[in-house]
Design a protein around this ligand. Structure first.
Ligand SMILES: [Zn+2]
Length: 147
């Protein structure tokens, strides 16, 4: 395998592992066979997962305003219907857009927010770790160690 090919395979594998983690799949499950149907099935089972309040949800909640098309309706004058809430996102090339009842939307909004915050924290920690490792290497060059 060429280096480029190997790198591509590695990236693909990384994407699969990430998708599996987000979807809460078991390590034994075949991630490589993740079809859009399977992605959606796992996604929607997340909504009832017992630990979802700690993990949060991928994606975000969007709102839309709509015209119903009736000529005499207020929406024909620009007073659109809505807002309508949708749980929306993209994982592993699969997009989803799932209608939410108005009373159910705040919970999903909070769960998506939670996951976003946790992911940002992870990214910050990773950046700190990278920085510390670079410092470590630098100190090693000063002291003449080469590890
Ligand atoms: Zn209307």
């Amino acid at each position: 395998m060429t280096t480029a090919k190997a790198r591509k395979a590695f990236q693909e594998r990384k994407r699969q592992v990430e998708a599996a983690r987000i979807l809460g799949m078991q390590s034994g499950e075949n991630v490589a066979a993740l079809t859009p149907e399977l992605v959606r099935k796992h996604l929607f089972s997340l909504l009832d997962a017992p630990d979802i309040a700690e993990r949060g949800l991928p994606g975000c909640v969007i709102t839309e305003f709509k015209r119903c098309g009736r000529a005499r309706c207020r929406c024909a004058r620009g007073l659109l219907h809505g807002p309508y809430y949708y749980w929306y996102g993209r994982i592993f090339g699969t997009t989803w857009k799932h209608y939410l009842k108005r009373e159910g939307a705040p919970r999903i909004i909070a769960l998506c927010q939670l996951r976003r915050e946790r992911r940002m924290t992870r990214q910050r920690l990773r950046a700190s770790l990278r920085f510390l490792k670079a410092q470590w290497r630098y100190l090693d060059t000063l002291t003449g160690r080469d590890s």
